[in-house]
Design a protein around this ligand. Structure first.
Ligand SMILES: Cc1cc2nc3c(=O)[nH]c(=O)nc-3n(C[C@H](O)[C@H](O)[C@H](O)COP(=O)(O)O)c2cc1C
Length: 298
């Protein structure tokens, strides 16, 4: 089940997605079986996040507006980092408003031995500043990625949005500026309406869509982008089964993130891994590398 990305070998293609597994301090029996874990997004200052309600869900969808609630850099360094698991590579998800924020976080963390790499969140739809506003501009993506590249030798994954922008140009900008991979994509802009109140349901007014409903869209994006850039693509969107992972590998993803499904069942990754192994056996596939990007044309 091994997958290689640059110099790193992952034990399998499954990655626990940012914001859906905390800082990796619970459920060690799950974490030690996946390829990697991405922490909740860290900002320079502690954030309490958006007002409630912050989650709306149905069978096929989750709409969240958590708004990057997190402990902030200082508490992350002093309280979380010493306890971070070592059994599995941990990627730290970073968010910020401007270059100064990313510098403030990467200067102290950039060379930390406990951190495998970084995921730059240039795509959060639930914050007023930074987030997706950075990821919708090739120039800004390029600037933040180049800055991060200058502050760490560790792998840098750039997590992008497909909301109101051309993901092709932006993915190329990330690759040219030194990213090791792009993560496609963060949650999609979404609105839930409370009809009786004639108002948006979520406290923040709008949110980000995730869960099975987004998978066909994200599969499309993954296939398009993996054909035009030279760095690996990591998929994030709607995975609930081993079959979903198989599809993303075929579409060109090298790693596949599991997000909303962790909120439903924190042990889902173990089931999905077994399903993927069964599917490999049935399809006569010996390793993920055999099928990555092997989707044929109609
Ligand atoms: C409650 C919640 C919190 C999230 N927090 C973050 C975050 O802090 N940083 C980030 O980059 N993505 C965050 N995401 C996005 C997920 O990591 C993932 O990219 C997205 O949910 C799509 O995958 P899924 O359909 O498997 O959930 C969050 C998603 C949810 C549902």
């Amino acid at each position: 089940m091994n997958v290689k990305l640059g110099k790193t070998t992952f034990r399998n293609p499954l990655v626990l997605a940012s914001g859906t597994f905390g800082y990796g301090l619970t459920f060690p029996e799950v974490i030690e079986k996946v390829g990697a874990l991405v922490t909740k997004g860290i900002t320079v200052e502690e954030r309490i996040g958006n007002p409630p309600p912050r989650i709306w869900d149905s069978a096929e969808t989750v709409v969240n507006s958590v708004g990057l609630e997190n402990v902030g850099l200082q508490r992350f360094q002093t309280e979380i980092l010493p306890m971070i698991p070592t059994s599995t590579p941990v990627y730290v998800n970073l968010a910020g408003v401007d270059l100064g924020d990313f510098k403030s976080i990467l200067q102290p963390l950039g060379q930390d031995q406990r951190i495998a790499g970084f995921e730059l969140n240039l795509s959060c739809p639930n914050v007023k500043e930074g987030g997706a506003a950075l990821g919708q501009s090739s120039r800004k993506v390029s600037e933040v990625t180049a800055l991060a590249r200058s502050l760490t030798v560790k792998p840098i994954w750039v997590k992008l949005t497909s909301n109101f922008c051309d993901v092709r140009e932006i993915s190329k900008a990330a690759a040219d500026a030194g990213a090791d991979a792009v993560v496609l994509v963060n949650t999609l802009n979404a609105l839930v309406i409370d009809v009786e109140k004639r108002k948006p349901f979520l406290g923040a007014g709008s949110g980000g869509l995730s869960g099975p409903a987004v998978k066909p869209h994200v599969l499309y994006i993954v296939r398009e982008i993996s054909r035009i850039i030279d760095i690996p693509v990591i998929a994030s969107g709607g995975v609930v089964s081993g079959l979903d992972v198989f599809e993303y590998l075929l579409a060109g993803a090298r790693l596949v993130q599991l997000g909303s499904i962790n909120l439903v069942d924190p042990g889902a990754a173990l089931r999905i891994l077994e399903e993927l192994k069964d599917l490999f056996r049935r399809e006569g596939v010996n390793s993920p590398t055999e099928i990555i990007g092997r989707l044929e044309d109609r």
